[in-house]
Design a protein around this ligand. Structure first.
Ligand code: SAM
Length: 266
């Protein structure tokens, strides 16, 4: 690591296991002309093997000290470094069929996943290292305590697969928790489309805000008993029992009735 002191506030846990790095790159299968962006290249553990296979790579990094090191190590015509916060980055601008990869800073992983979901249309696939617990929530099926807002909103947009687990010892400094690598592929729009996605987001948020309560109560202000009957959903069920498609049907029924999301009203 030669002198770089890992910064906790930037979620810096650097990959130091060549075996894990190789497994991630193999899962990504980069082809020379793919348009790839790496979030948080850090000290270049993934950047180097990716660049060995790619003609060009984009990277977004917030830590200026690390950016200086990366600039010394990789030529600018091969590695385009976008200095700044990935949460503010306009991923859509990098082109269609974008491939997004990264050993993500765990402290911002959830907002980052929501930010990326908003530009899924321009994305071909994404491969991320995340906390194992977050990955389990992302891929969780209805019925269990891991199934929540993150599961519904991401499964609405992506097919997701947990690829493999990574132990704390693969990083320096070692995090306290296990990690996992996940693959996310945007779903074709047609199968499961909400007419008003912001409204879908609001309903899912309200439903899971009090996940132990009956939907009849948590969504009282939006749905009547007649609505529940027409949807064929028993209103004494709880948020974690509904499938993604049920939430889409709820949102679409409200949209048909002329109800809009609060964002589209402002
Ligand atoms: N890819 C490297 C590796 O695998 O060893 C570093 C991974 S480390 C877990 C996360 C990286 O993301 C760090 O380099 C950190 O500085 C960077 N980072 C943290 N917050 C960021 C943000 N908001 N935007 C862009 N990069 C960020």
């Amino acid at each position: 690591m030669k002198g770089h002191v890992p910064r906790k506030r930037f979620g810096q846990n650097f990959l130091v296991s060549p075996g894990v790095v190789a497994k991630i790159v193999e899962a990504i299968r980069p082809q020379a002309n793919d348009v790839v962006v790496e979030i948080g290249p850090g000290l270049g553990a993934l950047t180097e093997p990716l660049l060995a296979r790619l003609a060009h790579l984009h990277a977004i990094e917030i830590d200026r000290d690390l950016i200086a090191r990366l600039r010394e190590r990789f030529p600018a015509d091969r590695l385009a470094i976008h200095e700044g916060d990935a949460l503010q980055f306009g991923f859509s601008g990098l082109g269609p069929a974008l491939r997004v990869v990264g050993n993500l800073p765990y402290n911002i992983s959830t907002p980052l996943l929501f930010h990326l979901a908003a530009c899924a249309e321009r994305v071909r696939d994404m491969h991320f290292m995340l906390q194992r617990e977050v990955v389990e929530r992302m891929v969780a099926a209805p019925g269990g305590s891991e199934y929540g807002r993150l599961s519904v909103m991401l499964q609405y947009r992506f097919e997701m697969e947990r690829l493999f687990l990574v132990p704390p010892g693969a990083f320096n400094p070692a995090p306290k928790v296990e990690s996992a690598v996940v693959r996310m592929i945007p779903r074709p729009r047609a199968a499961l489309a909400a007419t008003d996605e912001a409204l879908l987001g609001e309903i899912v948020k309200s439903a899971f805000a009090q996940r132990r309560k009956m939907l009849r109560n948590t969504l009282r202000e939006r749905l009547s008993e007649a609505d529940w009957a027409a949807l064929g959903i028993v209103p004494t069920r709880r948020a974690e029992e509904l499938a993604v498609g049920d939430y889409v049907r709820i949102a679409n029924r409200l949209a048909e009735a002329g109800i809009t999301s609060s964002s589209s009203r402002s």
